[in-house]
Design a protein around this ligand. Structure first.
Ligand SMILES: Nc1ncnc2c1ncn2[C@@H]1O[C@H](COP(=O)(O)OP(=O)(O)OP(=O)(O)O)[C@@H](O)[C@H]1O
Ligand SMILES: [Mg+2]
Length: 265
């Protein structure tokens, strides 16, 4: 028996129109996310990943096709859909705690209960003791963790993450992967995360969707049955390396170019 999918994209197409140009960023993209699964979306730069995420979050209306959220057509943003953008920024005049509390305040929740919740999320993200720090006093990795905690504050059913760790060094990134997995395993919400790092996708996902550009489309779906936890001690195992290779092959020629772009000094 299969669960009812929580979020469905049906034959999504999106065309950006500028004065003289039109760009078809997506064509015929369909996907269905099951409750509780962790899906990674990989693909080279410009293949439409951010566009797709914005459409799935109800922030952008697709030119073609339909999004269904919990069985109904998605009409616009919904607070049960959390999103962390590619270059997400915290509000500089608010402390870490006040940033995380923001979605709760927007929801009409304040007082000790909201504080408790924001504090607990910061703790889970490994930021205990930094509640009163301003963003400028935090490292890039710490700011990302605050953004993640903020996205979780409204207790979304699904979290859409757009390359949340792309600008970080490999070790910080691995640490944040663990933070994210711990948060996911604790809450069992659905996660769709964009990454162009095939290794990261193999470490995190239940399923990897592979996109190719011009026009942006999903060209492969790779289920990942590797047991969890997938710690560093497993990364040299044949099964893990085969998974990484399968994703890389599905990406095709664009893959290596992308990786050197993303993993440069
Ligand atoms: N606001 C916009 N106006 C016009 N064209 C856009 C706009 N946003 C994106 N595009 C175009 O749509 C295509 C897909 O862009 P998108 O940002 O979705 O790609 P991406 O896969 O997220 O890339 P990256 O990995 O570099 O973040 C690109 O060709 C881009 O130039
Ligand atoms: Mg993008």
């Amino acid at each position: 028996m299969t669960d009812q999918p929580i979020l469905v994209a049906r034959r999504i197409g999106h065309c950006y129109r500028a004065a003289q140009r039109e760009v078809w960023a997506l064509r015929e993209v369909s996907l269905a996310l099951q409750p509780g699964e962790f899906v990674c979306l990989v693909g080279p730069s410009g293949c439409g990943k951010t566009t797709l995420l914005r459409i799935l979050a109800g922030l952008l209306r697709p030119t073609q096709g339909e999004i269904r959220w919990m069985g109904q057509p998605l009409q616009g943003p919904d607070r049960r859909i959390g999103i962390v953008f590619q270059r997400d920024s915290l509000l500089p005049w608010r402390t870490a705690m006040e940033n995380v509390r923001l979605p709760l305040e927007l929801n009409g929740q304040s007082g000790p209960e909201a504080d408790r919740r924001a504090r607990a999320l910061l703790g889970q993200a490994g930021l205990e003791g930094f509640e009163d720090a301003y963003p400028r006093e935090l490292s890039g990795g710490m700011q990302h963790r605050v953004a993640l905690a903020r996205a979780l504050a409204a207790d979304p059913e699904i979290l859409l993450l757009d390359e949340p760790f792309a600008t970080l060094d490999a070790l910080t990134r691995e640490r944040l992967n663990e933070v994210l997995l711990a948060l996911w395993e604790g809450r069992r919400k659905t996660v769709l995360m964009v990454t162009h790092d095939v290794h990261e996708a193999a470490r995190l996902a239940d399923r990897v969707l592979v996109m190719r550009p011009r026009p942006g489309a999903i060209v492969a779906e790779i289920p990942i049955s590797l047991p969890r936890p997938r710690g560093a001690d497993r990364w040299s195992h044949a099964a893990f390396l085969e998974t990484v290779w399968a994703i890389r092959q599905a990406l095709g020629d664009g893959a290596l170019e992308q990786e050197s772009e993303g993993e440069g000094p």
